[in-house]
Design a protein. Structure first.
Ligand SMILES: [Zn+2]
Length: 281
């Protein structure tokens, strides 16, 4: 499942390749599954629009679209619609040239004026595609705060008065947008905090360590992802991402990289959770 750094990397890669291009035609598969807004409405809404920018919001990829009708340059540069892509478990967003054969499970093809195509491929169909007309609907926003840019006080406020385990709070998407299991475990390790500690009992200095660890780990992963993005968005897209060398995630029983104590696995918030019983308190 793509995590925040992967989604960020994909969004940047797609942005680099399609920014300024125009959608001339749209094709959708006949399956009802990945379409959050009706297919016909999406196709009609997308056709003719210019892609102004592509970015990440939470774990969603958002394409900002210009007007399709306006001849005025300035008018055409103002976002007035959005195409929102959630990759789900297995979704991929590919920028390809037209002659690249279609992958099975291709659900969407956006034909661009440059001759390229933006394709959405998703074997398990947990991904979602949505169109928003900003003249009539609010722009897409993730419910939680952005972990890469949240400030010290705002971050501390997220956990105040919460009796649930700190890891459960980290995974709560309405508090923080896009933090998944790997990055929750790794940031708690780096901050020296046990995943089961109650959020309201974690001290302010620990909370601040956690905020910095989370940001560092995510930023590092985005940097590494950047080097493999062309594999991901071009043609086959099968190779995925450079694997981070994890400290605790899925290293149950293996020695801690800091102190050699075997890494333990427990369940927190229904998720497999890995920590070092010596380094994390
Ligand atoms: Zn340790």
């Amino acid at each position: 499942m793509p995590e925040l750094p992967e989604v960020e990397t994909i969004a940047r890669g797609v942005d680099k390749r399609v920014r300024g291009d125009r959608i001339v035609q749209v094709w959708f598969s006949r399956l009802p599954q990945p379409f959050k807004s009706p297919r016909a409405r999406q196709a009609k809404g997308l056709t003719g629009r210019t892609i102004l920018a592509v970015h990440r919001t939470g774990k969603h990829i958002v394409a900002e679209l210009g007007s399709s009708a306006s001849e005025h340059e300035r008018e055409a540069r103002r976002p007035c619609a959005q195409w929102i892509v959630h990759l789900g478990m297995t979704g991929r967003l590919l920028v390809t040239s037209a002659e690249i054969p279609l992958a099975t499970h291709t659900h969407a093809r956006l034909f661009l004026a440059s001759g390229r195509e933006l394709r959405f491929v998703d074997p398990r169909r947990f991904g979602r595609l949505e169109f928003r007309d900003l003249g009539r609907e609010a722009p897409f926003g993730a419910p939680g705060d952005e972990p890469l840019s949240i400030g010290e006080d705002e971050f501390a406020a997220l956990f105040r008065g919460r009796r649930l385990p700190i890891k459960a709070a980290l995974l709560n998407q309405s508090l923080l947008a896009g933090v998944g299991n790997i990055y929750a475990d790794e940031s708690l390790f780096q901050a020296g905090i046990r995943p089961r500690r109650r959020a309201n009992r974690v001290t302010r200095p620990e909370i601040e360590r956690l905020r910095k660890s989370l940001r560092e780990i995510l930023t590092h992963a985005i940097r590494l992802g950047g080097s493999s993005v062309s594999d991901y968005v071009d043609a086959d897209g099968e190779r995925g991402f450079f694997q981070l060398e994890h400290c605790v995630y899925q290293r149950t029983g293996e020695p801690c990289r800091r102190c050699q104590t075997p890494i333990r696995r427990i369940i927190v918030a229904g998720r497999g959770t890995h920590y070092c019983p010596n380094c994390q308190r």
